[in-house]
Design a protein around this ligand. Structure first.
Ligand SMILES: N#Cc1c(-c2ccc3ccn(Cc4ccc(CN5CCOCC5)cc4)c3c2)n[nH]c1N
Length: 247
């Protein structure tokens, strides 16, 4: 997967050299490039923002630098390797909610292009023009307000990269993790069996894998009911058996 990120704070993405994303870049699974939007400005001050039409607080990101950046990173003509246009992701407080389902969808794309806004956001015409030639998605992490899109790109990129083949050593954990089967995962424990007077639940040390599986499902169901009743409501009815309904 090719990923291009455009931001006025490219240094925000230094963490992408670390850990499993760093390994995915080193082995070619992820081909990532971070670009400074100011490289597409032409004035001495490298200006990227201006006052909003219609008044209101703050500043808006000018369309010209963004237009030139997207032209450069998403050229209309097919590249020699038959490369098609990228999927443009624009983090925004007004975006559709980012979910694990969207992470799976994005993990199937060959080229993602992230536009990181700052100030009050990017001039709408940038997105409208981009949408005439590529798929554009405004995406939000949730109902809280950030300074800009960079943190959202780090989150989205981590959620997508871990779904790419070979990135997560133990692919089994992908199948088991919460949000994969609609429930939060059960509590996890490791050695020692007793720590500061707290015992690991006996069932987990029983070696009875049937009991363990049932305990984990029950605990996941209880946690989900307590913390995320919305996820319970979204479960397909057939996924809850009589025991679950009694819980
Ligand atoms: N993903 C994600 C995000 C973002 C996000 C993503 C991208 C950008 C680019 C600029 N910002 C700052 C910003 C904050 C608030 C507002 C709304 N304004 C409406 C008019 O009154 C003033 C306030 C706009 C822009 C961003 C924030 N926030 N929360 C998420 N889940």
């Amino acid at each position: 997967m090719r990923v291009d990120i455009v931001s006025i704070f490219p240094e925000y993405f230094a963490p992408l050299d670390l850990s499993l994303i760093g390994k995915a870049r080193a082995n070619g699974t992820l081909r990532l490039a971070v670009h400074d939007l100011r490289d597409w400005t032409h004035d001495v001050h490298r200006t990227v923002d201006d006052t909003p039409y219609g008044g209101g607080p703050g500043m808006v990101m000018r369309p010209e630098p963004w237009g030139e950046a997207l032209d450069a990173l998403a050229p209309d003509e097919l590249s020699p390797d038959g490369h098609t246009l990228p999927r443009l992701l624009v983090p925004s407080p007004a975006g559709v909610r980012f979910t694990q389902a969207m992470a799976h969808e994005l993990a199937t794309e060959s080229h993602l292009l992230f536009a990181c806004g700052r100030y009050e956001g990017i001039d709408q015409r940038v997105l409208d023009h981009a949408a005439t030639r590529m798929r554009v998605t405004e995406v939000s992490l949730g109902d809280y307000v950030l300074f800009g899109g960079e943190v959202a790109v780090l989150v989205i990129l981590e959620a997508v990269t871990r779904l790419l083949p070979g990135v997560l050593g133990n692919a089994g954990s992908l199948a088991e993790e919460s949000h994969a089967h609609g429930l939060l995962e059960a509590p996890m424990y490791t050695k020692p069996a007793t720590w500061r007077g707290h015992e690991v639940p006996e069932v987990l040390r029983s070696g009875d894998h049937g009991r363990i599986a049932r305990w984990r499902r029950d605990e996941g169901l209880l946690r989900t009911a307590a913390r995320r009743p919305d996820m319970i409501a979204a479960l397909p009815p057939e996924s809850l058996d009589k025991r679950d309904r009694a819980a």
